[in-house]
Ligand binder design. Structure first.
Ligand SMILES: [Zn+2]
Length: 142
Protein backbone atom coordinates (compact mmCIF):
# COMPACT_ATOMS: atom_id res chain seq x y z
CA UNK A 1 0.00 0.00 0.00
CA UNK A 2 0.98 3.67 0.08
CA UNK A 3 4.40 4.40 1.49
CA UNK A 4 4.73 8.04 0.40
CA UNK A 5 2.49 10.98 1.21
CA UNK A 6 2.75 14.31 -0.56
CA UNK A 7 1.40 17.13 1.57
CA UNK A 8 1.61 20.94 1.63
CA UNK A 9 3.90 21.93 4.47
CA UNK A 10 1.90 25.11 5.12
CA UNK A 11 -1.37 23.18 5.52
CA UNK A 12 0.27 20.72 7.90
CA UNK A 13 1.90 23.55 9.88
CA UNK A 14 -1.54 25.16 10.25
CA UNK A 15 -2.90 21.88 11.62
CA UNK A 16 0.02 21.63 14.06
CA UNK A 17 -0.63 25.21 15.23
CA UNK A 18 -4.27 24.40 16.01
CA UNK A 19 -3.20 21.13 17.63
CA UNK A 20 -1.10 23.14 20.09
CA UNK A 21 -3.79 25.77 20.63
CA UNK A 22 -6.55 23.27 21.40
CA UNK A 23 -4.35 21.02 23.54
CA UNK A 24 -5.25 19.08 25.68
CA UNK A 25 -8.33 18.51 23.51
CA UNK A 26 -8.09 16.42 20.37
CA UNK A 27 -8.79 17.90 16.95
CA UNK A 28 -9.55 16.14 13.66
CA UNK A 29 -9.61 17.09 9.98
CA UNK A 30 -10.53 15.20 6.85
CA UNK A 31 -7.99 14.84 4.08
CA UNK A 32 -8.91 15.33 0.44
CA UNK A 33 -6.58 14.18 -2.26
CA UNK A 34 -5.67 11.93 -5.09
CA UNK A 35 -3.90 8.64 -5.55
CA UNK A 36 -0.77 9.40 -7.56
CA UNK A 37 0.54 5.88 -8.00
CA UNK A 38 0.49 2.50 -6.36
CA UNK A 39 2.62 3.73 -3.48
CA UNK A 40 2.08 7.48 -3.47
CA UNK A 41 -0.83 9.56 -2.35
CA UNK A 42 -1.23 13.35 -2.44
CA UNK A 43 -3.14 15.38 0.11
CA UNK A 44 -4.52 18.48 -1.60
CA UNK A 45 -6.77 19.86 1.14
CA UNK A 46 -7.01 19.56 4.91
CA UNK A 47 -10.68 20.16 5.70
CA UNK A 48 -11.94 21.67 8.96
CA UNK A 49 -15.40 21.25 10.53
CA UNK A 50 -17.64 24.05 11.76
CA UNK A 51 -17.93 22.24 15.07
CA UNK A 52 -17.19 18.80 16.47
CA UNK A 53 -19.80 16.27 17.54
CA UNK A 54 -17.40 15.03 20.24
CA UNK A 55 -14.20 16.74 21.46
CA UNK A 56 -12.41 15.52 24.58
CA UNK A 57 -8.83 14.80 25.63
CA UNK A 58 -9.00 11.31 24.11
CA UNK A 59 -11.75 11.42 21.51
CA UNK A 60 -12.81 13.60 18.61
CA UNK A 61 -15.49 13.19 15.95
CA UNK A 62 -17.24 15.21 13.29
CA UNK A 63 -21.00 15.53 13.04
CA UNK A 64 -22.45 13.04 10.55
CA UNK A 65 -24.09 15.91 8.62
CA UNK A 66 -20.75 17.65 8.10
CA UNK A 67 -19.14 14.41 6.90
CA UNK A 68 -21.97 13.90 4.41
CA UNK A 69 -21.63 17.49 3.18
CA UNK A 70 -17.88 17.02 2.76
CA UNK A 71 -18.42 13.86 0.70
CA UNK A 72 -20.63 15.82 -1.70
CA UNK A 73 -18.12 18.67 -1.88
CA UNK A 74 -15.26 16.25 -2.62
CA UNK A 75 -17.26 14.76 -5.49
CA UNK A 76 -17.88 18.20 -6.97
CA UNK A 77 -14.15 18.97 -6.76
CA UNK A 78 -13.35 15.63 -8.37
CA UNK A 79 -11.28 14.64 -5.34
CA UNK A 80 -11.71 11.90 -2.81
CA UNK A 81 -11.58 11.69 0.93
CA UNK A 82 -8.32 9.82 1.41
CA UNK A 83 -8.42 9.75 5.18
CA UNK A 84 -8.29 11.80 8.33
CA UNK A 85 -5.76 13.44 10.61
CA UNK A 86 -6.22 13.84 14.37
CA UNK A 87 -4.20 14.64 17.45
CA UNK A 88 -2.94 12.53 20.32
CA UNK A 89 -2.41 14.86 23.28
CA UNK A 90 0.31 13.35 25.47
CA UNK A 91 0.44 10.07 23.56
CA UNK A 92 2.55 8.81 20.68
CA UNK A 93 1.83 9.43 17.01
CA UNK A 94 0.85 5.81 16.44
CA UNK A 95 -2.55 4.32 15.64
CA UNK A 96 -4.61 3.26 18.63
CA UNK A 97 -6.81 0.17 18.49
CA UNK A 98 -9.78 2.50 17.96
CA UNK A 99 -7.97 4.37 15.15
CA UNK A 100 -7.26 1.08 13.45
CA UNK A 101 -10.87 -0.08 13.75
CA UNK A 102 -12.32 3.16 12.40
CA UNK A 103 -9.80 3.29 9.54
CA UNK A 104 -11.00 -0.14 8.48
CA UNK A 105 -14.73 0.51 8.89
CA UNK A 106 -14.54 3.94 7.19
CA UNK A 107 -12.27 2.56 4.45
CA UNK A 108 -9.66 5.25 5.07
CA UNK A 109 -6.45 4.98 3.11
CA UNK A 110 -4.50 7.31 5.36
CA UNK A 111 -4.53 7.95 9.07
CA UNK A 112 -2.55 11.03 10.08
CA UNK A 113 -1.69 11.38 13.74
CA UNK A 114 -0.11 14.39 15.41
CA UNK A 115 1.28 13.82 18.87
CA UNK A 116 1.25 16.95 21.08
CA UNK A 117 3.19 17.22 24.31
CA UNK A 118 5.13 19.62 26.51
CA UNK A 119 4.58 22.20 29.21
CA UNK A 120 5.20 25.84 28.27
CA UNK A 121 6.34 24.95 24.79
CA UNK A 122 4.19 22.43 22.96
CA UNK A 123 5.89 20.01 20.62
CA UNK A 124 4.26 18.13 17.77
CA UNK A 125 5.19 15.08 15.78
CA UNK A 126 3.21 14.09 12.69
CA UNK A 127 3.07 10.63 11.21
CA UNK A 128 0.91 9.21 8.44
CA UNK A 129 -0.12 5.56 8.62
CA UNK A 130 -2.01 3.17 6.45
CA UNK A 131 -4.02 0.47 8.22
CA UNK A 132 -1.96 -2.26 6.58
CA UNK A 133 1.53 -0.89 7.20
CA UNK A 134 3.87 -1.51 10.09
CA UNK A 135 5.92 1.62 9.36
CA UNK A 136 4.79 5.23 8.92
CA UNK A 137 4.67 6.72 5.41
CA UNK A 138 7.42 8.96 4.16
CA UNK A 139 6.31 12.61 4.03
CA UNK A 140 7.14 14.63 0.94
CA UNK A 141 6.48 18.35 1.40
CA UNK A 142 5.07 20.20 -1.60
ZN1 LIG B 1 -6.06 8.30 17.67
Amino acid sequence: MFSKVRVKKSALDYFRKHARQEYPLEIQCYLLGNIKSINEIEITDIMWPNEYEIQTTNEVAWKRSEIDALKEKAQLLNKRIVGTIHTHPNTDAVMSEQDYKSAITEAELLCGIVSVWGNKIKHTRCRFWTPTSALPCEKIYI
